[in-house]
Structures are given as structure tokens and as C-alpha cells.
Design a protein. Structure first.
Ligand SMILES: N[C@@H](CCC(=O)N[C@@H](CS)C(=O)NCC(=O)O)C(=O)O
Length: 232
């Protein structure tokens, strides 16, 4: 029986099954990357709903696992050197792919390309579309100065054009389906939630439209998108 008591987060979100990966998350684009990867990889896990409110992500219990107060985070009781706590979705995806030997390329060259697109998402697409959402849908929408919003609209358009070109003639961004797709596609899906599809010319990107449909048709994706379940 695994003992996770050295992780203070387990006092606030107790592990019913401490022998499996503990997932602390909310179904946002960053959060679902991990639930989708866990589903795709067939790993056993226990999801815990951590909302984005300060009472959750800024609680001492959550900060003990991720001092950066953001979901997702995991504890793997069966880590390489004993139980391992981890945050940052990109790091978690790489860790899970390495643990299983799946979804990150079959040789060093393929792994490097998967990592390249994963970094493109982590350093570019995610932060830029996240800011776009802030200025179009959330609190930033009330700001009258159009420059921040315009800046993120043009960055989003630029990044979408990069992806549209890279997907020409291929189903998945690094060739085979990989953790890079699991990182990228939920962010493309978020454009609809932000009401920003028209702003960024989504319909003018046929490769992206087909890519997102292909991603959403996967059973593991459909399941992972709703884990942890939102409160009723
Ligand atoms: N770079 C981080 C970003 C995670 C992130 O932005 N999480 C958001 C939800 S999508 C969050 O927890 N926000 C809560 C807050 O900032 O207080 C990752 O990829 O894990």
C-alpha cells in the first residue's frame, strides 16, 4: 500500500486509492491535457477536482504540490525513485510518455520533434491564446484600449498559420499521434469557448479544422475532456 502522507495535498484532497496516479486538475485546456494523456496511455489514476478559485489553487495544501498555484499537478506513487510530485502540463506529459514509452516518438529524432511541438504549445500557443481569451471573453474584455486585444489576435493568427502549414499533408503535428497533439488541440478547441473563432479566421484554416475534428473523435479524448467532472 502506497503512503502519500508526506504530500500535504492529500490531507485536503484524500487519496481513496493511493496506489494509482493522483491527478489534481480542472477541465481547462491545460488540465485536460493530462486527463486525456492518462486515458490514451491506459494508466490508472484518481482525479481530484481543484477549482481555479483562490480557495483551491492558492490553498496551502495545493501550493505544497505546485507553488505556482496552477492546475494540473500529479503525484505518481510509483515514480522512478519513489513517489513523485509534478506540475507544469508539459513536464507531466513528457513524464507520462517516458514512463510508458508511448506517444513521444520511437527514436531520438522523433522524440526531438515531438518535444519541439510540445514546446511550441507551452511557450507560444498556450500563453498567447490564454491572453486572447482574457481580452476577448474574460476580465480584459472591459478594457477599452484595443491594443492588447489586437496584439493577441494577431499573435493567435500568426501561430494558427504556422500550425496550418505544418499540418499540410499530415494527420498529426509530429507525424504519429503524440503528446504534442494532446497539448495543442485542446487550445484550438478553446477558441470556440472564447467566442474568438471568427476573430482569428478559424474557418480559413481547413487543415486545423480537420485536425481538431480528428482529435475530438478519439474516445480517450472525449472521456478525458470531462475529467475531473465539473461540479453540478
Ligand atoms: N504552464 C502551466 C499553466 C497552467 C495554467 O495556466 N493553469 C490555469 C488553468 S488553465 C490555472 O490553474 N489558473 C489558476 C490561477 O492562475 O490562479 C501548465 O501548462 O501547467
Amino acid at each position: 500500500m502506497s503512503d502519500l502522507s508526506r504530500f500535504p495535498i492529500t490531507a485536503r484532497w484524500p487519496a481513496e486509492n493511493p496506489g494509482v496516479i493522483q491527478l489534481y486538475s480542472f477541465p481547462t485546456p491545460n488540465g485536460v491535457k493530462v486527463s486525456i494523456a492518462l486515458e490514451e496511455l491506459g494508466l490508472a489514476y484518481e482525479p481530484h477536482l481543484v477549482t481555479l478559485s483562490d480557495t483551491d489553487v492558492k490553498s496551502p495544501a495545493f501550493l505544497s504540490l505546485n507553488p505556482n498555484n496552477k492546475i494540473p499537478a500529479i503525484i505518481d506513487p510509483d515514480g522512478p525513485e519513489g513517489p513523485l510530485g509534478l506540475f507544469e502540463s508539459g513536464a507531466i506529459l513528457l513524464y507520462l510518455a517516458e514512463k510508458t514509452g508511448k506517444l513521444a516518438g520511437r527514436n531520438a529524432a522523433e522524440k526531438a520533434v515531438v518535444t519541439q511541438w510540445l514546446m511550441f504549445q507551452m511557450g507560444g500557443l498556450g500563453p498567447m491564446l490564454g491572453q486572447l481569451g482574457f481580452f476577448v471573453k474574460f476580465a480584459g474584455a472591459a478594457i477599452e484600449d484595443p491594443r492588447p486585444r489586437d496584439r493577441y489576435v494577431s499573435e493567435a493568427r500568426r501561430l494558427l498559420a504556422v500550425l496550418e502549414g505544418a499540418l499540410e499533408g499530415r494527420d498529426w503535428i509530429a507525424g504519429e499521434y503524440s503528446i504534442a497533439d494532446i497539448a495543442i488541440a485542446p487550445w484550438l478547441r478553446a477558441l470556440d469557448f472564447y467566442g474568438a473563432r471568427e476573430l482569428v479566421g478559424w474557418a480559413d484554416h481547413p487543415n486545423l479544422v480537420a485536425y481538431l475534428d480528428r482529435f475530438l473523435a478519439r474516445p480517450a479524448v472525449q472521456k478525458g475532456l470531462n475529467i475531473p467532472a465539473r461540479p453540478a
